[in-house]
Design a protein around this ligand. Structure first.
Ligand SMILES: [Fe+2]
Length: 172
């Protein structure tokens, strides 16, 4: 069974929560491809996840800075998180779909830990006390035409299958 976003994972902001739900779905897609052992599909799933993770980090920073949340340590942690994802991707892609059952268990567990435990619970949850002072739908008005929605909202990204075509920058 894949990861499921629940209200317990809410950090108090609709955009961040929505993006976390979509990222969790993408992590589930990556885990699925690890179990299937399709190296090519796995690479595409990783690319989609990495591209949307970058969009998410930018949106998170915009929100955090707008609510005056101290973001420097958070940003370092984001960069570390991106490196960890690339490390996992490189390790798996180099094996080109040939890995053991124990490797499947290891990497799927590592991905869950990476997304839910490290990113949402240990990191983003630190913003919740501040975010709860704002409307749940809060989004900073940085420039004309950007207010009210986050750049590259990921609602349509629930699967790694097929082309993307959404402007997130991925080449799938
Ligand atoms: Fe996040």
């Amino acid at each position: 069974m894949g990861l499921i976003w629940t209200n317990k994972l809410s950090v108090g902001n609709a955009i961040i929560d929505s993006e976390h739900r979509n990222l969790i779905s993408m992590v589930n897609d990556v885990s699925h491809e690890i179990k299937i052992g399709d190296g090519s599909a796995l690479l595409q799933a990783f690319k989609l996840l990495e591209n949307w993770l970058r969009v998410h980090f930018v949106n998170e920073e915009k929100i955090a800075r707008a609510v005056k949340f101290p973001f420097e340590q958070h940003k370092l942690a984001q960069q570390h998180s991106l490196k960890e994802l690339r490390y996992m991707k490189n390790e798996l892609v180099a094996k080109d779909g040939v890995w053991s059952d124990s490797a499947v268990a290891h990497f799927t567990h590592s991905l869950k830990n990476w997304m839910v435990d490290e990113h949402i619970i240990k990191l983003d949850m630190l913003m919740k006390p501040v975010l709860q002072n704002y409307d749940y739908n809060f989004w900073p008005n940085y420039k004309d035409g950007e207010a009210g929605h986050a750049a590259g909202a990921a609602e349509t990204h629930t699967s790694s299958a097929g082309g993307c075509g959404c402007g997130c920058g991925c080449d799938s």
